[in-house]
Unconditional design. Structure first.
Length: 453
């Protein structure tokens, strides 16, 4: 048998409490960031800075009062040709990083806007379906020896770790809005949207550890742990909204919108199966092979939790837009989200968040426009505290968008990308007080189109 001592020298020395640990509970939906997906056709290129503009169907999201200033009936939609999300947890497995990656395609917005002057002059209606968050994760990772802990008489090594994760999540909406132009400068609007959260996760983990007697160079014990978690989250809610928009002179507009709703139903279910297989010979060590005495310890835990999320966070958006010339627009937004800390599951509790966005649109020619924006996507989960266990990750993102639009009198199409980079802290190992740095990226290559009717 190969020398145990020489094998130890090849691996980093780590805390014995690490050995046999699993990662924290199954991967779950990201309801903690509110700008994972930018909504709308024109608004995407402006980084979501659209509350003081909102004069197309995406006004159902940004500001229902803005649709009252629409110039024509239209149908608009946007689709992501490809998106990729990556989270890298640094030095979580001894000195090894752990990377989670998700990718796929989805269509985040489809809207219809119709001027209703035949019913009431200055009245405009809009309908939209859109996605504010989605994720498809299919992870399969294996590691050989991860780390070794030693005492004066024994060495214990985590010599194998396997994790498989399948995750499908989405947060989708159907919305209606009506905007009314009270005068040439002032409009008000009302909206109502449904919110549907759907998550399904399967997380399998296996870890194996051996314990060896250093003096005899023999393995005296092996422990293999299997953990299989299946979870589902379903929630539906309704959110009414109100907005107002006003023109200040010929070049400036300001807008405000408020949204507050409640969940009509919500439920989280989980089924967890755990099996620990122990092989040992505590009386005598004479062989260089794994001892034959075996003990199996199974465990099953099922749970159904009502009201896991608590309340729906309210939202207040304030924006300003400067129409510097027929060729140049500059817009900015502040978005505030209420906390939601009354749910029965601490994992889903969210703190108040304030995000910023700024965007610009410049017409290079009468038919070609460049749109660019920057925005924050802050985490509503609390920051991690030293010395505590069972804490969720906290990652703040900063993003930018760049789109090129081709515009004709009755239609336009745009293509471009949205990129986000983030960093923060996490606590990936269950039961551990340690923290690791985590870095994230989210890239979306998309297209959008609008047709006037």
């Amino acid at each position: 048998m190969k020398s145990i001592t020489s094998g130890i020298q090849k691996f980093s020395i780590i805390s014995a409490s690490f050995l046999g640990c699993f990662f924290t509970t199954s991967a779950r939906a990201d309801i903690f960031h509110y700008n994972n997906v930018l909504v709308g056709e024109r608004a995407i290129g402006l980084g979501g800075a659209y509350t003081a503009v909102a004069d197309d169907a995406s006004g159902v999201y940004y500001n229902p009062a803005g649709i009252a200033f629409a110039q024509s009936n239209d149908i608009s939609g946007s689709g992501n040709a490809y998106y990729k999300k990556s989270l890298s947890y640094e030095d979580v497995l001894g000195s090894q990083d752990y990377v989670e990656e998700a990718s796929g395609t989805f269509a985040p917005f489809l809207g219809i806007l119709n001027k209703l002057d035949r019913i009431l002059p200055g009245l405009v209606g809009a309908f939209a379906m859109y996605t504010s968050d989605t994720e498809l994760l299919n992870q399969n990772d294996r590691w050989p020896v991860v780390g070794v802990a030693t005492s004066t008489t024994q060495a214990t090594a985590l010599y194998g770790f396997h994790r498989t994760v399948q995750l499908r999540t989405s947060t989708s909406h159907i919305a209606l809005a009506a905007g009314y132009r009270m005068s040439g400068r002032l409009s008000v609007g009302f909206g109502l949207r449904s919110t549907m959260v759907d998550e399904l996760s399967q997380d399998f983990q296996q870890s194996a550890a051996w314990t060896a007697d250093i003096a005899s160079q023999k393995i005296v014990k092996t422990v293999t742990q299997y953990n299989n978690n299946r979870s589902s989250l379903k929630a539906t809610g309704v959110e009414p909204s109100f907005g107002a928009q006003m023109a200040l002179g010929q070049a400036f507009t300001v807008g405000i919108s408020m949204r507050k709703g409640a969940f009509l139903s919500q439920e989280y279910t989980q089924a967890a199966d755990t099996l620990t297989v122990t092989k040992e010979d505590a009386t005598e060590v004479t062989a260089a092979t794994v001892p034959s005495a075996t003990t199996e310890t199974p465990s099953v835990a099922d749970a159904v939790v009502s009201n896991p999320l608590g309340s729906l966070p309210g939202e207040v958006r304030v924006g300003a837009a400067w129409f510097a010339s027929p060729r140049l627009l500059v817009a900015g937004d502040l978005s505030y989200y209420d906390p939601a800390t009354n749910g029965k599951m601490s994992y889903f509790r969210r703190q108040a968040v304030l995000n910023y966005a700024i965007g610009t649109e410049y017409y290079v020619t009468p038919s070609i426009a460049v749109r660019a924006g920057g925005f924050t996507n802050r985490d509503s989960r609390p920051g991690l505290i030293k010395g505590k266990t069972g804490q969720t990750a906290h990652i703040d993102f900063v993003g930018g968008s760049l789109f090129l639009a081709y515009i004709q009198p009755n239609s336009q199409i745009s293509v471009g990308a949205v990129m986000q980079q983030g960093s923060g802290k996490s606590q990936k190992l269950a039961g551990s007080t340690g923290q690791e740095d985590v870095k994230g990226s989210l890239t979306t290559f998309g297209f959008a189109a609008t047709t006037s009717l």
